[in-house]
Design a protein. Structure first.
Length: 393
């Protein structure tokens, strides 16, 4: 049995305070999570914390890091290709407003780490024509990238929940559809007023140019049908893309530079270590013992964990095993609603960080959109789900 130096809950509260301070004084997200992780680990595990960190380095971490790097590499290649412009113009010709939200949503079907960077590179030209502020660009891209979080069977949080509870993936998805619908409605309501200056191009675009979006279908096919992991699927797609479009060596060098961005890699690796350290510390059980009410715990525990770590799947991996004895249709919905809340509000979420960096947005100002949209999504979700589920229990 592991001996803890400091109560894990007290250490976690201190670590969260550090995150808030770090955001307030505008430290880089990777610096914030590294400082918070280090202090938490020292407080809880003492001088033994390096061994705890070492336990996080496994095949899953390698897959996540490779998936992030390869997706950013592919995004840079795709952006540099004329076929990319053609496909985006084809979507834009159908409806600039539709394209503004549909492109991030399309990329969101591929649950790769930092996927919002991919959609940001694709949709930026449309946002710029609409004269959107950097913070509005960041919000729309980030938000619609994550509407599938609770219902798409490729997302790790859904798969982990299925494994933990012994439920089918479909059974879990059916419970969470109110969150999916609410995320779309709230995203549309908040973003639609930001897009008043779009005008459709008078030049006729060929819808057939949409075929150049094939890399997303390729990754989906390799991942879903052939059951290859996202990293390998992306690497194979990069090779196919290179054969078909023959990008220049300079383009590959630029793509490699983007894919190996040190700050982003540090953020991802630190977040994965943080997730492991939280799991080892037993902080989830401590939070549950303090909150008491099962329904409140089922919502707040996942939200708190994801806000602190910035990785959406952590609520399934860390919180759900603790909450398993309380799970029914309604509390499972609350677990995923909490995870969704934490995902959309965490300042350490790689997709939010990447989007804000790409669009050169002030991260704090993005919250004037994400907070209202998240609160609205919570309200709509509960308004729909409560009458459906509560009478059964």
């Amino acid at each position: 049995m592991r001996c803890f130096i400091t109560d894990s809950l007290h250490a976690f509260v201190i670590a969260l305070i550090l995150v808030v301070i770090g955001v307030a004084i505008r430290l880089s997200p990777h610096v914030i999570v590294l400082i918070s992780l280090t202090l938490f680990s020292i407080l809880v595990f003492g001088t033994g914390f390096p061994m705890v960190w070492l336990g996080a380095f496994n095949e899953n971490m390698l897959t996540v890091v490779l998936a992030l790097a390869s997706s950013m590499y592919l995004a840079e290649l795709f952006k540099s290709c004329k076929a990319s412009d053609a496909s985006i113009r084809a979507l834009e010709s159908l409806s600039p407003r539709l394209a503004s939200t549909a492109i991030p949503a399309l990329v969101g079907l591929l649950p790769m780490p930092g996927g919002a960077y991919v959609s940001a590179t694709l949709v930026d030209s449309i946002y710029s024509k609409g004269m959107l502020r950097a913070e509005a660009k960041t919000f729309i891209n980030f938000w619609f990238r994550h509407i599938w979080l609770t219902v798409w069977p490729l997302y790790q949080c859904v798969l982990i929940a299925s494994y933990t509870l012994g439920w089918s993936v479909n059974a879990i998805i059916v419970k969470n559809w109110p969150i999916f619908v609410a995320s779309i409605l709230s995203g549309v309501l908040v973003s639609w007023r930001l897009l008043p200056k779009y005008t459709c191009s008078t030049q006729k675009r060929r819808v057939s140019d949409l075929v150049h979006l094939w890399p997303f279908a390729s990754i989906a096919f390799l991942n879903i049908v052939l059951k290859l992991n996202v990293a390998l699927s992306a690497i194979i797609t990069i090779l196919l893309f290179t054969v078909l479009y023959r990008p220049r060596l300079a383009t590959h060098v630029r793509a490699l530079k983007y894919s190996l961005n040190p700050s982003i890699l540090i953020l991802i690796v630190s977040s994965l270590i943080y997730s492991h350290a939280l799991s080892e510390s037993g902080v989830a059980e401590r939070i549950h013992s303090v909150l008491g009410l099962p329904e409140l715990t089922c919502y707040l525990l996942p939200a708190i964990i994801v806000v602190a770590v910035g990785l959406e799947f952590t609520f399934s991996a860390i919180a759900l095993p603790v909450l398993k004895s309380f799970i029914n249709d309604f509390t499972l919905f609350l677990v995923f609603l909490g995870g969704f809340t934490g995902c959309m509000l965490s300042p350490l979420h790689a997709c939010l960080v990447l989007s804000s960096q790409y669009f050169k947005a002030e991260l704090r100002r993005v919250y004037k959109y994400t907070v209202p949209a998240t609160l609205l999504a919570i309200a709509i979700s509960l308004a729909v789900a409560y009458p459906m589920y509560i009478h059964r229990h």
